[in-house]
Design a protein around this ligand. Structure first.
Ligand code: TYD
Length: 137
């Protein structure tokens, strides 16, 4: 489905761990936006959309949560629980985040500034777009 996992390197010394994330070095895009999701109530779900152009790296900076992905054909669920294990989400992947631990901090690095127009929030519309995309590529 074009989704890949990224293992970030740790710089470790007696004072603890440091994990750098550099554009075009550790991840294959330029970071234009960073956001965090945290204090997610037990049982709450986030996401429920895809993006037309946006690429993102998503990881659990603290705690853990699950990510259900769907490219219109296949589905896969990942459990993120490490600040060094990221999921690289390309465009046109439907995502749902759930099962957040109370201490979870979801860190997202994004290739574009925020744009409401880039969102596909209707699953039927997502399926149509993916079908069209696959038939011309
Ligand atoms: P949304 O992307 O729907 O959150 P999630 O996918 O985690 O469920 O965004 C929730 C709200 O936050 C929505 O009103 C748009 C706003 N928002 C911003 O203002 N800037 C951002 O960078 C993001 C990601 C969301």
């Amino acid at each position: 489905m074009g989704v890949s996992t990224v293992t970030l390197s740790i710089v470790h010394d007696l004072r603890g761990n440091l994990v750098p994330i550099q554009s075009q070095r550790d991840i294959p895009f330029d970071i234009r936006r960073i956001y965090m999701i945290y204090d997610v109530p037990t049982g709450a779900e986030r996401g429920g959309h895809a993006h037309k152009e946006l690429t993102q790296l998503i990881l659990a900076a603290a705690g853990s949560f699950s990510v259900r992905l769907d490219d219109g054909t296949r589905r896969h669920t990942y459990h993120l629980n490490s600040p060094t294990e990221g999921l690289l989400l390309p465009r046109l992947v439907w995502r749902e985040m759930f099962a957040f631990s109370p201490d979870a901090v979801c860190l997202v690095l994004a290739s574009e500034l925020y744009s409401a127009e880039d969102y596909i929030r209707d699953y039927g519309e997502f399926q149509q777009l993916v079908k069209h995309h696959n038939s011309i590529s």
